[in-house]
Design a protein around this ligand. Structure first.
Ligand SMILES: O=C(O)CCC(=O)C(=O)O
Ligand SMILES: [Fe+2]
Length: 368
């Protein structure tokens, strides 16, 4: 999920709580999981969750619309409308480069506690290293540590939180996110084209100065994967999110037709999921085949489960509209038979995080 770097609501209770890695060091092998991480309702029960092959999309094909076949376009449309997520291959980054990004993520979290603490998130800031922001005593905490950085627009960067160790961290992150900007624009254009919309409608919202934040996630193993979650069920506050998954360890699960399924690992792919801001946008667009009140694009609910023996990393890159852009329907497309479903929203990500911690979907708050 994307958190807002500038406008986040002030947490009532902050910091003071240890990262999961620190807790584990202090516990010295003791198996007891602290109470505040235990889900009494909605525990993962991950044992029977099936693996499902979510659609794989060749970005090279989307880049050359003239040569794309109707079947390939259908495949993409179905990924957007029935799944809300897909794995992108042929995105212009080599497997070696993706491995380098994964490796530096692992190296950062493997640093000694004191070294990582140099980048510690400050009170009421979202950027930096730490664990879940704590909003209330009742909150069940995520079994994960993270490093959250704003990357675009560049003036949002707080370089004091960009690790100096490993040495190539900043340069590699810069290269990775620059390449992701290109992927983002291609995907946003292709999304519009596949839905027969103005090709620039999503891209213009992202704008020249589209906002991209990244979150490096680290999920330590836990002896009780049946009661903890790495990330609680949520949909992202974004237009789209790119997830670079761990190459070996699964954990990401999506809810589809009321059932959880495991997202497979494709080491050379980026997993992309549609965020709430795209779902809100599209719900007003007319479509021959669907009742509009259901929206066309899906922003899928997902969660992360924990492995009992092995740590897992991931890197999520959240692409959001420029902060001053209002998300609203194209007026010309709203009429009596296709009424508005959501209010206009602006800076959606700023309300998002508090809802997340309460286990609520912020998109519901925007409904008319
Ligand atoms: O760890 C993952 O695979 C996904 C993380 C995620 O959903 C998020 O950071 O919003
Ligand atoms: Fe997410």
């Amino acid at each position: 999920m994307a958190e807002s770097s500038s406008t986040i609501a002030k947490p009532k209770i902050e910091l003071g709580s240890k990262t999961v890695q620190e807790l584990l060091l202090l516990a010295k092998g003791e198996q007891q999981v602290p109470e505040k991480y235990i889900h009494k309702v909605g525990a993962p029960d991950a044992s029977s969750v099936q693996l499902k092959n979510i659609p794989v999309i060749d970005l090279g094909l989307l880049l050359t619309p003239s040569s794309i076949t109707e079947q390939q376009l259908d495949n993409f449309r179905s990924a957007l409308t029935t799944w809300g997520c897909f794995q992108v291959i042929n995105h212009g980054m080599t497997p070696e480069f993706l491995d380098k990004v994964r490796e530096m993520t692992k190296q950062f979290f493997a640093l000694p506690v004191e070294e990582k603490q140099k980048y510690l998130r400050e009170v009421n800031d979202i950027q930096g290293y730490g664990n879940d922001t704590i909003f209330s005593e009742q909150q069940t905490l995520d079994w994960s540590d993270r490093l959250y950085l704003s990357v675009y627009p560049e003036e949002h960067r707080k370089l004091k939180f960009w690790p100096q160790n490993p040495k190539s961290f900043s340069e590699t992150l810069d290269q990775y996110t620059m390449k992701l900007q290109v992927v983002t624009k291609t995907v946003l254009e292709a999304m519009a084209r596949s839905l027969n919309l103005d090709v620039n409608c999503f891209r213009d919202l992202y704008g020249e100065h589209g906002k991209m934040d990244v979150r490096f996630n680290f999920y330590p193993p836990c002896s009780r994967p049946d009661v903890v979650l790495g990330v609680k069920p949520h949909a992202d506050a974004t237009l789209i999110t790119h997830v670079l998954q761990d190459k070996q360890v699964e954990g990401l699960q999506f809810l589809k037709d009321d059932q959880w399924f495991r997202a497979p690992i494709i080491p050379e792919a980026l997993l992309i999921n549609v965020g709430d801001q795209a779902e809100m946008l599209d719900c007003w667009f007319p479509c021959d085949t669907q009742i509009l009140s259901n929206g066309i694009l899906k922003s899928p609910v997902h969660r992360v489960v924990i492995n009992p023996d092995t740590e897992r990393i991931s890197l999520a890159a959240f692409c959001m509209p420029e902060s001053d852009k209002e998300i609203e329907p194209l007026e010309s497309l709203v009429d009596e038979s296709t009424p508005r479903l959501y209010n206009k929203v602006k800076n959606y990500d700023s309300i998002y995080f508090e809802y997340y911690q309460q286990g609520r979907r912020p998109i519901e708050a925007s409904k008319i």
